[in-house]
Design a protein around this ligand. Sequence first.
Ligand code: ADP
Ligand code: MG
Length: 185
Amino acid sequence: MMRELADNILDIAQNSISARASLVTIEITVSHERDTIGLTFIDDGCGMSQEMARSVCDPFTTTRKTRKVGLGLPLLKMTAQATGGDFSIASELGKGTTVRVSFGLSHIDRPPMGDVPGALFTLVLMNPETDFRFVYDYDGKVFVFDTREIREAVAPVPLDHPEISAWIKDCLVQEINELHGGLFS
Ligand SMILES: Nc1ncnc2c1ncn2[C@@H]1O[C@H](COP(=O)(O)OP(=O)(O)O)[C@@H](O)[C@H]1O
Ligand SMILES: [Mg+2]
């Protein structure tokens, strides 16, 4: 079964959460001109060594004995490359990690978007202590969503308060659907 981009967004962001990031930035760039979809994840979590950063995205250079981790990153890398896209990971211990992945937008093997607003909302709701910055660029039309701003505006009410989270969900769904002009695939 093909994994949607929304699933991958949840997966990669979960790595940042596991790395105890306090701020996770997710940039989604759809460009018909370049025929690409780009995803960038930037976190300020625990990071990893250069050796680790190299081995996590290549399932073939490591053995099961030394690698007790999943296949999230290598699978994503293979999917990206199969669509004419790219994958890179840059990390520094104690500083954080940046993962960049791109896909050929019109490539037949490009995973469908899936429920991206729902995935972003899930991240905010399930991780009320973590800040998120979402930058969604659709052919140059840009929507920016930053929990730090919302947090400040509603303090001391937490982001997972039912009324606040309902508002956040509506905001993400409406703004992102509007960028896509109803053509969400
Ligand atoms: N953002 C990140 N910050 C720190 N370490 C990371 C990050 N992303 C991935 N890693 C490291 O790479 C490993 C492999 O990640 P992944 O392929 O998603 O598999 P899994 O999450 O199932 O272990 C993780 O277990 C973690 O050690
Ligand atoms: Mg993972």
